[in-house]
Design a binder for this molecule. Structure first.
Ligand code: NI
Length: 176
């Protein structure tokens, strides 16, 4: 079921979400299905449970090679519950981000270039990956939502924050 996405300004987006304690339950699978439907409907790259008003540490993401987004790398469709991120090295990389909770806007954000992330999927099966670049960016963006952080809070210079159609005329960009 497609659910409404909360927009920046809603205090629920600023809360620290609770860990999931029971896996492979009908409730958790239903939540993930709603998140998938909602993300697909809005053509997003990722979605965190708090964005649909659910106070749980669940994110989904996935990006497939698309000629419309030549710079976006491939990211496998992933359901990540109770994630933990460990940056590998201090190298940061700047990149433009968007967010389904901040529709129509883009901002330049520095993220760790490489990181390891682990957690479990909806069935409770472990996930443990070492990633870099765009994949690492998407994971950091989504997991920030679980700690009540929206990407505009990480834009260092607000000169690099604005409307997508003004910043990148005629060019489609991904919302996360
Ligand atoms: Ni977002």
């Amino acid at each position: 079921m497609i659910r409404p996405v909360l927009r920046m300004g809603d205090p629920r987006l600023l809360a620290r979400a609770r860990p999931v304690e029971m896996f492979d339950t009908p409730e958790l699978h239903a939540l993930v299905e709603d998140m998938r439907d909602t993300m697909a409907h809005l053509d997003g790259a990722g979605l965190a449970a708090p964005q649909i008003g659910v106070d749980l540490r669940v994110v989904i993401f996935g990006v497939h090679r698309n000629p419309r987004y030549p710079d976006a790398g491939e990211v496998p469709d992933t359901v990540l519950v109770n994630p933990r991120l460990s940056p590998l090295g201090l190298a940061m990389e700047e990149g433009w981000e968007g967010c389904l909770s901040v529709p129509g806007m883009r901002g330049l954000v520095a993220r760790y270039r490489r990181l390891r992330y682990d957690g479990v999927d909806a069935a409770g099966q472990p996930i443990d990956r070492t990633v870099e670049g765009f994949h690492a960016r998407v994971v950091q963006h989504e997991c920030d939502h679980l700690d009540g952080i929206l990407y505009p809070m990480r834009v260092r210079d607000l000169a690099n924050f604005g409307f997508a159609d003004v910043l990148f005329p005629g060019q489609p960009t991904l919302d996360e």
